[in-house]
Design a protein around this ligand. Sequence first.
Ligand code: NAD
Length: 499
Amino acid sequence: MTHSPILSAAGLTQSDLTGGTLAVRSPIDGAELARVAQTAAADMPAVIAHARAAFAEWRSVPAPRRGELVRLLGEELRASKAELGALVTLEVGKITSEGLGEVQEMIDICDFAVGLSRQLYGLTIASERPGHRMAETWHPMGPVGVISAFNFPVAVWSWNAALALVCGNPVIWKPSEKTPLTAMATMRIMERALARFGDAPEGLCQLVVGGPEVGAALVESRDVPILSATGSSRMGGIVGPKVSARWGRPILELGGNNAMIVAPSADLDMAVRAIVFGAVGTAGQRCTSLRRLIVHRSIREDLVARLTKAYASLPIGDPRAEGTLIGPLVDMASRDRMLAQLDRARAEGGVVHGGAAVTEGVPAGGAYVTPALVEMPAQTETVREETFAPILYVLSYDQFDEAIALQNEVPQGLSSCIFTLNLREAETFLSAAGSDCGIANVNIGPSGAEIGGAFGGEKETGGGRESGSDAWKGYMRRQTSTVNYSTRLPLAQGVRFDL
Ligand code: NAD
């Protein structure tokens, strides 16, 4: 097999790419890119022990010094942005600017974490007892297992790793079995940062390759106190309870079923642009992709006509080609699932525009589709499920309360948005009685979050938070301390216990 030059440009060698049992295919044309070695289940205890040994050293390195490692990682990512971005495109099928955008997101979270390394602030708390001081301090937790999904093959690791490292924790990463190459290339970049850093402990950042059975070792080990798992709600439903049952801390980032409410006052030109990017960007394979449109009945016909027109002109094809906006789905199974869901929607009374396999003018062997716009009579079972493909269901509402009820009446709770120029509607949407999602936006779409905010969602999305704001607290343990500097020993709440 001749290997793509993109693989060697990303630092992968012949021995990385051959001789293993895991076949890696490019979604662009289905061609086999490599056969990589998988981590044996029998090796997992040693991997975890290695991380624990690293933890014993890393937790005592001052946090700003730990931040220096992440600063170097950010520098190395900047230097390798083009190569890693191109590999994301090759291995996942994202269009070029999205492949590069994913690496930019890694750089952004590194910058955020470097600042954070000097801001892991605790609290001083007023004690009710004289001559006492109370404080709250944040300490490292131990090895963090990161299980990631195919669709953000490298950014999800960086959201977790940049924070975990400055918080004093080693990281063991199990990427999707569909995307080991981008993970291996990322580890090469990390190795360069570690070499420049100089004295980081061995085993601080490890990669294990394989499917659920390799992930299971991280899920089940009591020596991995934090397990961050990104993927389907089905996966989270298995992994989350197992981690909790062994008293570990799960951080779950699972499926979404994200909606946009379009009110009569909406700026429809802006809404159309946001809808199209949200629904068809990344070929509908973002956890935050727009999947449901809840439109006021008075503007539905106009909006659907504009969308049908916009959908008709979308360039579908090789994601590496200039101008392409929709690349392939990750594999043929994903395309089959999309087509089957459209059949179900039709059976439930849906009218489907688009949603067909594309074979002309695209690389042979890839799973290319025209995005689907589906006018539904109601929010049926099919609409309530996440299908990881570019399907946008259109629903109507008459009263605003009805729109909010529809938005919330699905099992997932990741991202949501409203297009309106009506202040009452916007503020109600953001209020306690509004959207029940972890992300709620006004006059922008549901996808494309910045790293500065905490990212995650409720209900079957899993409740985890990663990335910005105070998500770092999920990677540390909180310690409350009371120091008595008086000569007496008063008890709290006025309790007397005189000897
Ligand atoms: P998936 O659930 O098939 O796999 C995700 C990861 O979990 C893979 O690494 C897989 O090997 C591992 N895994 C699966 N079962 C496991 C088990 N029983 N034990 C241990 N590990 C296990 O998901 P996918 O198809 O790669 O990704 C798409 C899904 O991910 C969508 O549902 C999407 O919404 C979701 N996602 C969510 C977020 C978020 O932040 N909320 C981000 C990206 C993707």
